[in-house]
Design a protein around this ligand. Sequence first.
Ligand code: DCP
Length: 221
Amino acid sequence: MSKRAKYEMKPFTVLVEGNIGSGKTTFLNYFKKYENVCVMAEPIDMWRNCGGHNLLEYMYEDRERWGFTFQSYVQLTMLKQHTLKTRLPIKLMERSIYSARYCFVEKMHRDGILPSPSASVINEWFKWTIANVDTSVDLIIYLRTTPDVVYQRMQERNRKEEKTVSLTYLTEMHEMHENWLYHKTMFTCPAPVLVLNADLDKSVIAEEYERVEPHIFSNCL
Ligand code: DCP
């Protein structure tokens, strides 16, 4: 295969999914040492600065007022991540257009934060996008945690926007991820799912990461 043809191939695309505070960034950082892996920047930086507006902060301050604005922007930023080209053979993404729709938008709609017309607009954009733009995925790594653990981590990192996030909310978001990626009773998974025990402490979690390395690299040897 010519070098050019190789570069034009779609990278093996891996989504890193899991509850808030499950360690997605830590997981991605671990893979930065590999030259053949394109690790995508964390989208939260974009959500904190949309034309100078911190949409994440607005959303947590007043979900009814800003929920639609925030999730619309998340959808756009995730689409940018999905379509960003790389010459590297492997692409690792934190979150996706799928978890935005299936976990967060769905939850906001069920809670009445996103009224049906707003949820429908996001959903129509979502459906059109996945039907017309290449957002295909090869593998999902699900960083599985328990709500108590992520609640503890969230308090320790003390992100100013997340002060109002409760254990109840994290438990409910956990269920959304579980039903989508573990029990597979809600929506479809766009790729096979590998489950990791992400409750483990940072000091020992590298072993868990090593366990998934062959799955990530096997297509690119
Ligand atoms: N968020 C949201 N709606 C989305 C995506 C994220 O409301 N569609 C919120 C939840 C968090 C913040 O954005 O308050 C960041 O959440 P992530 O789970 O994407 O990122 P973390 O930084 O929590 O990931 P981790 O700690 O696993 O690295």
